[in-house]
Design a protein around this ligand. Structure first.
Ligand code: DX5
Ligand code: ZN
Length: 222
């Protein structure tokens, strides 16, 4: 997929798990590009969600890339299990890594694409040394932990800074945003340099349904 495109990644954190297969099929038919999987361990963030088991089942019901966001302490101990389960992207929090460069190399050695993310309070400069190794940088636009939180406008300058940092090193890494993303704020995020847009509520809680949620995001990107 060309890096000049704009991708939509529904986060299944707000999906109806009693009919996950149908919900994923609806996302795919409506033009979703990736499926975003929010892994929370009850330590790095208070919430507890999905493990490799879910990724393994997703891998069997869709051929879309699986974008796995690891909100966990000690991510290194879990990388192999998620890679084996079929993750495409494995994104780790810089705050949770003792040696971020070695973690990104570990991800690549498992045959996955390596993503790096940072909490709203973490400055973009923290990314610098590991940036050349990243296939994806995720700027969190809420404090991680739950779907349905309010988009943080104060993270827009960070998106802009990370875009500049990527350009400076001629990196073609994806620049993803996650948290409170919706058709309303997509134009600003796009303008700031983001090209992958994660959304849970704006898609799975859209009053007219999943397909309408994805279409509204796509229109906002046009
Ligand atoms: C938040 C997760 C997000 C979340 C987004 O910690 O990383 O991916 O599911 O949910 P919305 O789009 O509802 O803010
Ligand atoms: Zn996420």
């Amino acid at each position: 997929m060309s890096r000049s495109s704009f991708l939509i990644a529904p986060s299944i954190l707000s999906a109806d798990f009693t009919c996950l297969r149908e919900q994923i099929a609806t996302c795919q038919a409506a033009g979703a590009d990736w499926i975003h999987v929010d892994v929370m361990d009850g330590h790095f963030v208070p919430n507890l969600t999905m493990g490799p088991f879910i990724v393994e089942h997703l891998r069997r019901i869709t051929d879309l890339p699986l974008d796995v966001h690891l909100m966990v302490e000690h991510p290194d101990t879990l990388l192999e299990a998620f890679a084996r389960a079929g993750a495409t992207y494995l994104t780790v929090h810089i705050e949770a890594c003792a040696d971020v460069q070695s973690t990104l190399k570990h991800i690549k050695s498992l045959g996955c694409q390596a993503g790096l993310t940072l909490n709203p309070a973490t400055p973009p400069e923290a990314l610098r040394s590991a940036l050349p190794l990243a296939d994806l940088v995720l700027v969190m636009t809420v404090h991680p932990g739950y779907a349905g939180q309010k988009f943080r406008e104060d993270q827009l300058p960070k998106v802009r800074t990370v875009r500049q940092m990527l350009e400076t090193i001629h990196s073609s890494a994806w620049l993803e945003v996650d948290g409170g993303v919706s058709a309303e704020n997509i134009p600003k995020l796009k303008e700031a340099g983001a090209n992958v847009f994660v959304a849970a509520s704006a898609i799975f809680q859209h009053p007219q349904g999943i397909a309408a949620g994805i279409q509204a995001m796509r229109q906002a990107l046009a």
